[in-house]
Design a protein around this ligand. Structure first.
Ligand code: SAH
Length: 354
């Protein structure tokens, strides 16, 4: 099948065979058709609206030792920090003033923040701002913990599966972590009632096209509301320091494929995409992304949440970031809106799919 026909098939049926996906991901001849089909689909459903999420990176302590990540436990060069409840609330106050209606609390897996403390922080944010969504991204927890956070008022949870292929997973993580548990966490979160986000890094060490297809198949099974993907970027103080970063083009291609497969999904143009290319986030939006997640963390800790080298936006105040992003999004042909930004729901009867 010609690539152009494949793109049409993907747009109409939301699926392709493994062979077709391989061809699409490996060919660089038809990117323009792919990007414009994805943009057309996002405009049909989300128009030109871009949702913003205020990201608060509240701790860089982590008990895990993922080989790719700059805040891994064994990185002795990482200067560690934790934000207090008051500091987190101050970020939300500033964020609300700037038009954010979603706060994403992300961190390493840091046992200092007990379930009771997380619930206390979430319920205080909820009390102050009942028109906002709260998203947590704090890793693998028990189902009971996830239930407690949900009951305290958390609406969404981000937990990238990282790679859906078991042997690839083993190359990226030490023995005390496993893929089955991570997937189970995602199913638990869904069952509890969260809006769930998953995703993976593009171009992580040892990744092949087959692994990417496994990632896509896993997402088809999970049916998440949010899908976060970004290029893997090397960090100098990790065991992978000598390995290459992922590519802009493959990330854009995957954003488009995911937009066509999951037309209603919330897909961010990530900070890592903005880090590997000066216009990475704008290109991500044009390839089908509809969310951006600027940083609301206090400037004094920004440089310390270094998952990878040369991370952008570590020097500006939240208000400056907001203004800069407004211009970038407009330059790409879209518009930031002040909205809670839930995923739109499909009318299944009209769509004819069950
Ligand atoms: N502890 C939380 C948050 C992890 S950080 C959790 O486990 O979900 C958020 C994401 O950053 C990770 O899921 C991973 O996909 C991404 N990340 C980590 N190291 C990276 C790197 N070197 N390059 C690009 N992305 C990275």
């Amino acid at each position: 099948m010609k690539t152009f026909d494949m793109i049409e098939k993907l747009a109409n049926t939301r699926n392709l065979s493994d062979n077709e996906l391989t061809a699409l991901l490996q060919s660089d001849n038809y990117d323009n058709e792919l990007f414009s089909a994805a943009d057309k689909k996002r405009r049909e459903i989300y128009g030109d609206e871009v949702y913003i999420r205020g990201l608060i990176e509240f701790t860089n302590y982590c008990k895990n030792n993922c080989y790719y990540c700059g805040i891994r436990r064994d990185n002795k060069n990482a200067v560690r920090y934790r934000l207090t409840k008051e500091e987190i609330l101050a970020c939300c106050d500033e964020g609300y003033r700037l038009g954010f209606r979603t706060f994403v609390l992300q961190g390493g897996e840091d046992p200092y923040y007990s379930d009771a403390l997380i619930c206390d922080i979430v319920s205080e944010i909820k009390t102050r701002y009942d028109d906002c969504a709260i998203t947590l991204s704090i890793g693998e927890k028990s189902k009971e913990s996830y239930k407690a956070y949900f009951e305290a008022g958390t609406n969404r949870y981000l937990l990238r599966h990282e790679t859906a292929n078991n042997s690839h997973y083993r190359k990226l993580h030490p023995d005390d972590m496993n893929l089955q548990n991570r997937k189970q966490c995602l199913y638990d979160l869904k069952e509890i009632g969260y809006q769930v986000g998953s995703g993976f890094m593009v171009g992580s060490p040892y990744q092949t096209t087959e692994h990417l297809i496994d990632d896509i198949r896993f997402l088809q099974e999970l049916q998440p509301d949010m899908i976060g993907i970004g290029p893997y970027i090397t960090h100098e103080d990790t065991p992978f320091s000598s390995l290459e970063s992922g590519s802009l083009l493959l990330t854009l291609r995957l954003i488009s494929v995911l937009r066509l497969m999951f037309p209603y999904a919330l897909i961010p143009a990530t900070t890592s995409l903005g880090t590997i290319h000066p216009q990475g986030r704008e290109l991500g939006l044009k390839a089908g992304a509809n969310v951006v997640m600027p940083n609301l963390s206090p400037v004094k800790v920004r440089r310390l949440y270094t998952l990878y080298d040369n991370k952008i936006c570590t020097g500006e105040e939240a208000a400056q970031c907001r203004g800069c992003l407004e211009r970038r999004v407009a330059s790409a042909g879209y518009r930031i809106v002040t909205s809670i930004g839930n995923a739109k729901k499909e009318n299944k009867q009209n769509a004819g799919i069950s």
